[in-house]
Write a protein that binds this ligand. Structure first.
Ligand code: SF4
Length: 448
């Protein structure tokens, strides 16, 4: 048997963030600030907040900052709406040099006035950016005055760049959602037999796929955080009797708070891949202690599995023995991807995330084979080095990882928010296998 080689970091200070399974026993360092001097693949705080809140369809999303920050718009997200499409606009206060010197509060107040007159919204999110943290504009005061003036909710999102990393942005977004949910008179709507679905942003309609599964089991989605959500639905979030969390990186904090403040229990689920989809449906039925829901879940699993079995088998025969590298935003996705790759005969040889939590890295370590490199908050040179060392044929990641793969002559799968096809549930599992096949087995690689 080949001896497991230790993965060496390019920069000494990064050594605690990188582990080789079977070679090192210590806990991987994660959930920490990026090492100075390394070009982290992580997005900024504001970006993290925007990922979470932008799918709220009927809100005005106003970015208080220079125009460049607002380039992060719906156009690079695939979040779909069944109602309003106001969220597809990206509004900005377009701060310039004068505002940096004299302050941008007046400009912000005028921008809110103008937007509220033009668009009939009940909710405005005002995102803080790096420069706002530096010049110290009082977002809280401006939003409060605007809310009073227009008699709508104007919620500041405290996502200035220097308060931490992308995870701090998730938290800022969750704090904004908690403010929205809180009823001013303290009265809560009564509970219903329904679920809040946390951490699904309705990319290519994925929330709708899961909604149909649960409906078949006799369980309704009260509101999804935040895919295809609306002001009214979010306001009634406390009606749900259970919170299920898909993207734990962005939503774990919100789930904890909803349990603490409103007594709604939560559980982690994942609808990526056949194994995790089936187990999540079963666990939801169990959580409701409902044998009928369990019976319907089994019917659904049997029917849907039979529909996709032959297709998955076809892809597996052609992909068996290939090696994959994974670098994604959160831990839940990384864990599901390991299992999903196994379903189509592919081994994972390198795996990392931008914002994974310690328990997620423990689960990853348990799942992967000896010799797999596991790393947190990677930089491009580490990704390139380990992918080459481990002989990966394919990288799955987001928009920033794509050029790394192509420069190495390696196949690439986009698992980020700008994709236009669903990867959730049974149909998503087939889409995933088809995409892996089309990129890995493309004739283009013969010309490199
Ligand atoms: S200026 Fe700051 S808030 Fe704006 S995009 Fe850049 S890092 Fe993010």
């Amino acid at each position: 048997m080949e001896a497991v080689k230790l993965a060496e970091p390019a920069v000494e200070e990064r050594k605690d963030f990188i582990r080789t399974k079977g070679k090192q026993k210590q806990q991987l360092k994660c959930d920490a600030d990026s090492v100075a001097g390394c070009v982290s693949q992580r997005a900024c705080v504001y970006c993290g907040a925007r990922v979470v809140l932008n799918p709220v369809t009927d809100a005005i999303h106003l970015v208080h900052g220079p125009i460049g920050c607002s380039s992060y718009t719906w156009d690079i997200r695939g979040s779909l709406s069944s109602g309003s499409d106001l969220y597809r606009y990206s509004f900005s206060t377009d701060l310039g040099e004068r505002d940096v010197i004299f302050g941008g509060e007046k400009k912000l107040a005028l921008a809110i006035d103008e937007l509220v007159q033009k668009y009939p919204a009940k909710l405005v999110f005002v995102y803080s950016t790096c420069i706002v943290g530096v010049i110290g504009d009082d977002l809280e005061a401006v939003c409060k005055a605007a809310a009073r003036k227009h008699k709508i909710e104007v919620i500041p999102v405290q996502s200035s760049g220097f308060i931490g990393n992308k995870s701090a942005g998730y938290r800022a977004a969750c704090d904004a959602l908690l403010r929205l949910i809180r009823s001013p008179d303290g009265e809560l709507p009564s509970k219903t037999r329904s679920i809040n679905y946390l951490g699904d942003f309705n990319l290519a309609g994925e929330v709708w796929i899961i909604k149909n599964y649960l409906k078949e089991m006799g369980i309704d989605i009260n509101v999804a955080f935040t895919g295809d959500s609306s002001y009214k639905a979010l306001k009634n979030a406390t009606r749900a009797s259970l919170n299920i969390i898909q993207c734990a990186g962005s939503m774990y904090y919100l789930a904890q708070k909803l349990e603490e403040l409103y007594g709604i229990p939560y559980m982690n689920i994942s609808f990526l891949g056949l194994e995790d989809t089936a187990s999540s449906l079963r666990r939801i039925a169990e959580a409701f202690n409902d044998p009928e829901a369990g019976r319907r879940a089994e019917e659904l699993i049997t029917r849907e599995s039979a529909l996709v079995r032959d297709q998955i088998h076809w892809y597996r025969q052609r992909l068996e023995g290939k090696k994959a590298a994974i670098y994604v935003g959160g831990g839940f996705k990384a864990i599901s991807l390991i299992k999903q790759f196994r379903e189509i005969g592919i081994d994972v040889v390198m795996i990392g995330t931008q914002t994974g939590r310690p328990e997620e890295y423990d689960a990853i370590t348990d799942l992967v084979d000896e010799g797999t490199v596991i790393l947190d908050d990677a930089n491009p040179s580490e990704l390139e080095k380990f992918m080459v060392e481990k002989g990966a044929h394919l990288l799955v990641g987001g928009v920033k990882e794509r050029p790394l793969a192509y420069k190495l002559g390696m196949a690439f799968i986009d698992h980020n928010h700008n994709r236009k096809h669903p990867l959730s549930g049974y149909a998503g599992a087939v889409n995933f296998a088809a995409e892996v096949y089309s990129t890995l087995c493309s004739p283009v690689w013969n010309y490199i």
